[in-house]
Ligand binder design. Structure first.
Ligand SMILES: Cc1ncc(COP(=O)(O)O)c(C=O)c1O
Length: 427
């Protein structure tokens, strides 16, 4: 951490630009931690916040409700096929904690006590709280807490860049799915299968092959296991669809949204459940079937108001179509990026690109250095006028979703320069 002795102070934002206290302007290539939709200081979103601020700023969802939260629940159900009810929270990790609790308690509520295990995939990421860490175990991030985390059953995900020797990509996928089915069929103890929807983000930008997710959802149905999806980082257009599970033809029992839900302006997340799950929680007071979970800011009216405006704007400005079109700009730069001698692989979908850095292209050896690759890229990026972050040896490009074609071109040109300038500092 010592390398971060001081931080630049951001004092303003406009569109894709962040402006610091010294007047430097940098492109927000991180989408302010993957959540920004319309750029910074969007007048419509700011207006929605200001308007709601004058009505009621916060009133709890304990024993009461509020109009923006009610409206948002309806909006979310409308865009989420198969879902029936919404449980609000204020960050993605909490939304996943809620998903885990809902899934485990569901079986208790219906009198099934054997189903207590959670199945997940290797290198998934669902947040930094203990439950979320347990189901999204990334050794580098969470190793120090291993003893305190609850155990899960983990399965591999096919990574097209690292296909095991002797396998084709298809064999590899089949093998991963067979491992899942073998375990599912062995013992009826699994309550839920939890995975990110469409792709793993923090785990290395691993984009699932076609049908992989839908086949897992079918296995879950076959073996009576709840299917739980995390769309916190990959839904709401990040991968080019409003609802990623629709594109993946894999309707879950429970799904979590966060990040882009408020356009990236305020902190809010939601866990949605289908009717089967919801009904299991509704009983008489004495049945004790409630979900004992709640946060102070659950359903905050200002956050809900800006989320409603955000969702309305997706429709009004056909954002998903725009993303699908603008996303093609990434393809134009594939070759140029891949030509750089430390770039081993590019993985891209929608408004997401992961660039994997290697020290040996042939052998696909990930770059390893005693220095922080992230810090080097951050400093070099800043010189090019871009806010860039890496996760391990992966450069993440996660811009505001409404980025214009010419802005994305500029961002990618600056990224290329940053990789070239960083090279000598990390090898
Ligand atoms: C897929 C996924 N799930 C959950 C989270 C946790 O969200 P939050 O940081 O809002 O707690 C993240 C955060 O990056 C994420 O990428």
């Amino acid at each position: 951490m010592r390398e971060w002795a001081s931080f630049d102070t951001i004092i303003k934002g406009k569109g894709i630009w962040l402006i610091d206290s010294k007047g430097n302007k940098i492109i927000d290539a991180v989408g302010s931690m993957w959540c920004n939709v319309w750029g910074h200081s969007n007048p419509q979103l700011v207006k929605a916040i200001t308007k709601q601020t004058k009505q009621i700023q916060h009133s709890s969802l304990f024993n009461l409700t509020n109009e923006p939260a009610e409206k948002l629940a309806k909006n979310l159900i409308k865009i989420s096929p198969g879902m029936n009810k919404v449980f609000f929270s204020d960050n993605g990790s909490s939304a996943m904690e809620i998903a885990i609790k809902m899934a485990l308690q569901y079986w208790k509520n219906i009198g099934q006590t054997k189903k207590t295990q959670i199945a997940t995939v290797e290198n998934g990421y669902h947040g930094d709280t203990f439950g979320a860490m347990s189901v999204g175990y990334v050794p580098e991030f969470f190793g120090k807490f291993k003893k305190q985390l609850f155990s899960t059953i983990q399965f591999p995900v096919p990574n097209k860049y690292r296909i095991p020797k002797g396998f084709t990509y298809l064999d590899y996928q089949k093998d991963c799915l067979e491992k899942i089915e073998k375990r599912f069929s062995k013992n009826d103890d699994i309550a839920a299968f939890i995975m990110e929807s469409g792709a793993q983000m923090a785990g290395g930008v691993i984009i699932y092959p076609k049908n992989f997710q839908s086949k897992i959802s079918k296995l879950c149905k076959k073996y009576n296991i709840l299917f739980v999806l995390d769309e916190i980082a990959t839904g709401f257009g990040r991968l080019g669809s409003m609802v990623q599970y629709q594109e993946q033809q894999s309707t879950p029992d429970i799904v979590a949204y966060g990040k882009m839900l408020t356009g990236g302006y305020l902190t809010m997340a939601a866990t949605l459940a289908n009717k089967k799950i919801y009904d299991s929680f509704s009983g008489e007071f004495n049945d004790w079937k409630h979900l004992f979970h709640g946060h102070t800011y659950t359903g905050n009216p200002i956050a809900a108001a800006v989320a409603n405006e955000n969702i309305q704007m997706y429709k009004k400005y056909s954002l998903i179509k725009r993303i699908q079109k603008t996303s093609k700009i990434f393809l134009k730069y594939y070759e140029e990026i891949l030509d750089i001698d430390i770039v081993g692989d590019i993985r891209h979908k929608g408004m997401l690109m992961g660039i994997e850095l290697v020290s040996n292209k042939e052998k696909k050896i990930p770059i390893q250095t005693k220095k922080s690759i992230n810090k080097v890229f951050f400093e070099e990026g800043k010189k090019q006028g871009i806010y860039l972050r890496t996760l391990g040896n992966i450069v993440m490009i996660v811009p505001p979703l409404s980025i214009q074609d010419n802005e994305l071109e500029l961002l990618l040109k600056r990224t290329i320069k940053t990789i070239q300038a960083s090279k000598s500092k990390i090898i």
